[in-house]
Design a protein around this ligand. Sequence first.
Ligand SMILES: [Zn+2]
Length: 301
Amino acid sequence: MQIFAIDLGGTNCRAAIINSDGSIEGRRQRPTPRAAGGPEIAELMARMAAELRADALKITAAGVAVPANVTSDGILRRLPNLPALEGAKLGDLLEQKLAVPVAVENDATAAAIGEAWVGVSSGVENSVLVTLGTGVGGGIFVNGTPLRGLDGGAAKIGHITVEPDGHPCGCGSVGCVEQYASAPALIRLASEQGLEVESARELFELWQAGDEKAAAAFVAIGRYLGIMLGSVVNTLNPEMIIIGGGVSASWDAFIEPLRREIKLRAFPEPAARARVVRSKLGDDAGMIGAARSALVTLLGQ
Ligand SMILES: [Zn+2]
């Protein structure tokens, strides 16, 4: 059985055919037209599916990962980077074009599903995934089931407050950890140290060269993440915390302060139990998880 899987990002739309063992068969990537509404996005996805089908691949269902809250009715809400999709029923639109059932999942939840299926948390029933990229996303597994919430709004751990009067956040609150641990936040924290860099990668290279200001910026994001995760450990008592996203490439620079902060703030047994590990599937986690979501929710696999 083969699933057409798509990860709709703010920058790129990535698609692939995923086999029922989680392996990837064919890939496509297109820039995301950021001003496009539901029908246009569904058309783009259908074209990518047609190209993959032309490679003689058959699909039974489709799974889509989106940077949105997905309501139980399949309505997309809260897409600051793709505002024209607000309120769209993307799954229904795509279903009409592909003539197969479509599952739609929040992207970070999809990544957590992917990791739990064939990634680093395979066999782990209670886990928390954090993605560090343009924003800070979260996916939570409780007793083997993804936690979605009544409005598709669960697991938004990137919007846990770490500075009560802190930096304004796109969500409307202030001082969210997303404003202290995302790639743009890292560049801002470096700037506050008097270091002007273009990217998280550039800052990591400075860290590797022994730059003290770069080190201070990474200690800061490690601390902020650890403050947030200490509360998450106290709330959920998970077995594993998985860290993914582009900024996780700087793992060595921030992981010690992060672990130290969890130990400082969470109860001792849950803090000792929660293993903090790197994502195994990387950028493919969302696509693979969207496919798994289709297999489970549509096909009862
Ligand atoms: Zn926020």
